[in-house]
Design a protein around this ligand. Structure first.
Ligand code: DX5
Ligand code: ZN
Length: 215
């Protein structure tokens, strides 16, 4: 049974209280919060004030995915806003080890996200320090894109690395997750499924979350 992390990016921004209440009533485990800076990715989403308000509205774990350059400049601010998990991109960090230690010292769980083109073997010397690896199964920046099938191979490779290093790292899959492809993603070894459009654009989001949870 995977953890389910609906993504705020696909929620109704005029009704965030309503959508947070829906999530509280559902079997969702985490609330996935996508921060984009218009530099690391070609889109701008939302930032600290929105997350601080979501923190007050949600009972779920706040899983913050930073798609921003120089994430180390803002780690303390995201902790103050209420992040439980802070995930930064390997492609945005020159000193990833230092940045991961910083996140942990601030009292958050630390995650690293990898873009579709980034091989998972680059994580070999940091994996034991990570609470989470977020494998991007689309190019980051937008919701509602199509799942890249090669991700299944990367999940298997990453799972083997985690097992070999005797690490406790969770594997999160982000982008294009549907009720149709989720079984093969779980089968490959994923622990956490992010779902934006699949949840928020469905007729009954609570039932869709339950269906994902039951896989
Ligand atoms: C994409 C974001 C995702 C996005 C997923 O850059 O990181 O978290 O919200 O949305 P769906 O599930 O619609 O692909
Ligand atoms: Zn994300």
């Amino acid at each position: 049974m995977a953890l389910i992390a609906p993504s705020l990016l696909s929620a109704d921004f005029l009704n965030l209280q309503r959508d947070s209440d829906m999530l509280n009533k559902s079997e969702a485990d985490w609330f996935h919060l996508d921060v984009m800076d218009g530099r690391f990715v070609p889109n701008i989403s939302f930032g600290l004030p929105v997350i601080a308000h979501i923190r007050k509205a949600t009972q779920k774990v706040c899983d913050v995915h930073l798609m921003i350059e120089e994430p180390e400049k803002y780690a303390a601010d995201f902790k103050a806003a209420g992040a439980d998990i802070l995930t930064i991109h390997i492609e945005a960090c020159r000193h990833l080890h230092r940045n991961i230690q910083q996140i942990k010292q601030l009292g958050m769980k630390a995650g690293v996200a990898v873009n579709p083109h980034t091989p998972v073997h680059l994580l070999a010397d940091i994996i034991a320090d990570l609470d989470l690896v977020c494998l991007m199964s689309v190019n980051p920046g937008f919701g509602g894109q199509k799942f890249i099938p090669h991700t299944l191979h990367k999940i298997q490779q990453l799972k083997a690395m985690i097992t070999e290093k005797n690490a406790q790292t969770l594997i999160e899959i982000d982008g294009g997750v549907t009720l149709e492809n989720a079984p093969s993603i779980i089968q490959a070894g994923a622990d956490v499924l992010v779902a934006g459009n699949t949840v928020f654009k469905s007729a009954d989001p609570v039932a869709t979350i339950a269906a994902l949870k039951a896989l």
